[in-house]
Design a protein around this ligand. Structure first.
Ligand code: HEC
Length: 195
């Protein structure tokens, strides 16, 4: 009902008035137009910036840098090797939560701004939706690494994912080339058991 009234400009939902307004009844099953407003709501409420935005320290802890919103792990940051896992503490994060180390190696939150070369400016809507639904880089390539919570996001509807993409197209593009992930150190070679 809601979709119809959006698509048909709020006409009364009786067959006759639908036809009179030129709005085909089959519009009821069409997907809703991607909404920048809804995309902003989802991206903000789901905390994408917790990992994807550079931060600066404020009185209450790290806050997102507005001018570099969602631009990913800052290029050129020098990080020492991550601490060795100890007991149940197997993962660690940089203070701004844009770099993460664990059994998967080191992952860096990507640039989600529409910059053509370093962000998702060249991604199609389909690429974005498929990446978050399949957990594969750009929807087709290597597995997307932790802690990117795509296993939760894949439950979003296509309309919501498309709206998130639509919103991300509207934020200021930031040129920031995020490093490739670092693979885990080779596991220790197992020695043959003594005879
Ligand atoms: C807990 C941290 C975290 C949160 C929260 C998070 N991400 Fe990510 N995201 C990452 C990391 C780290 C990567 C890089 C993973 C890799 O290199 O495989 C990533 C990668 C991505 C990618 C690139 C996928 C690809 O195909 O390579 C997209 C798109 C993305 N995130 C979108 C989002 C959106 C949208 C949200 C909010 C709804 C979000 N992320 C929230 C950490 C996070």
């Amino acid at each position: 009902m809601t979709r119809l009234s959006i698509l048909c400009g709020g006409v009364v939902l009786a067959g006759a008035s639908l036809l009179a307004s030129g709005c085909a009844p089959k519009a009821a099953t069409a997907s809703a137009p991607a909404s920048v407003e809804r995309g902003k709501y989802l991206v903000t409420a789901m905390g994408c910036g917790d990992c994807h935005s550079p931060k600066q320290m404020g009185p209450q802890g790290p806050v997102e840098v507005e001018s570099r919103l969602l631009s990913g792990h800052p290029e050129g940051t020098q990080l020492p090797p991550p601490p060795a896992p100890s007991g149940p503490w197997i993962a660690s994060a940089s203070g701004d939560q844009t770099a993460w180390a664990g059994p998967w190696g080191v992952s860096f939150a990507t640039n989600l701004t529409p910059d053509e070369n370093t962000g998702i400016g060249s991604w199609s809507e389909e690429t974005f939706v498929q990446a978050l639904k399949t957990g594969r880089h750009m929807g087709v390539a290597r597995p997307i690494l932790p802690p990117m919570p795509w296993t939760a996001m894949r439950h979003l509807s296509d309309d919501d994912l498309r709206s998130m993409y639509a919103y991300l197209r509207t934020i200021p593009p930031v040129h920031n080339r995020v490093p490739e992930p670092v693979p885990p150190a080779a596991p220790p070679v197992a020695l043959p058991a003594a005879p």
